[in-house]
Design a protein. Sequence first.
Length: 447
Amino acid sequence: MSADSSAVRRRMELLPITAVYQASAERSAALELVIGGCRVQALAEQFGTPLYCFDAATLDAAANQYRAALSRWYPAASAVTYAGKAYLSRAIVRWAQRHDLWLDCTGAGEIGIAVAGGAPRERILVHGVNKSDEDLDAAVMYAGVIVVDNLMELQRLALRLRSAQNRPSLWLRLRPGVAVDTHVYRQTGQEDSKFGMSPQEVLQAAHFCQEHGLPLNGLHFHQGSQFRDPAPIGLALHVALDLAAELSASGWQMEALSPGGGWGVAYHEDELPHPEIETYVRFVSQAVVEGCRQRNLPLPSLHLEPGRSLVARAGVAVYRVGAVKQTALRRWLFIDGGMADNPRPALYRARYSALPVTNPERPCIGPAWIAGPYCESGDVLIEALPMPDLAVGELLVVPMSGAYHLAMQSNYNGARRPAVIWLERGEAILIQRRETLVDLLARDVDL
């Protein structure tokens, strides 16, 4: 096997589990990429580029891994809550219902998408560090659980819950003072984080709930996103379970506990193998069981909140090469998408990889910088990636594009947000159409 072939095979491990290169129906290419039984070349011709594709089989496999691991390792009630901030649409909501997943929503907008997709009230959980009146009203009306971020929010909620016909349960968000190993912008559990309450504030909030008859039944914390070492979760669990034990002395019992989500994925072949979902679930489950045993606490219902590790690998971005430029120091491949549909490289210095849609094992001619068309020097999706000679008009795919691309996309430079399709058993279904100029102008009001 050549070095180029070996590199291609490594990169293919980043693609959805159904992805294969097979003999092309076109004479111009010997091999072409097929995902979910669908030819990517044909999809690009039908739906245009940039194009986002979600492979149903990869989504299903990740959901099944979480549920199976919880069944194996946690001996009490449990649930998986999909973190909708990773990517939310009505199609994803319906997929979540197929797997009995809860939905984590932030604000009235995501709540509205969840309701439009048919999510039942009892499986909608609402987060938010600064919930507006609209957010709180929507949460009280449509959610089964509200995660309370601060004492002021709790007081505002108390007024609303007095007259609510169906009162959602309340969980208190703890700031445990323990960070995970990830980019500083993705850390949320350290002491100087904007999220959650200190242990002392959690005790105050719990006593407030007891005094006012509020339906408090859970504790929550989240330490950050895209981490691969679960050890810091154990430290945060000690803080949470110590609080639960202290509150149990005053008659309150913790029925639900969520250590959030944030388990990482491999975005680049250098980061392979993919972190095992089983490793994460086993660690958390065993830590909760042992921690409750040490404190003589009954086991709570354990809720995990994965987002990225459920959907990232299922998503693939398809781009078309529009120009090739050789400067004194770099070979540039310009594509028709970039920071407008994927701001993560500019925001986090996130690393990605790429593959040609046809004939991936062509000889590599050196490193390439893959950049978008937008008016920013930071609009570079991939740096110094060994690539073959690609011609204008060729397609390439960027794997691991299912999380925090579409959720964070923008209309920068008048970019129109791309179409999104669902691939399942050889069928491609449009789940979000491409934006048009009419969409861009729809909010404008003439002077």
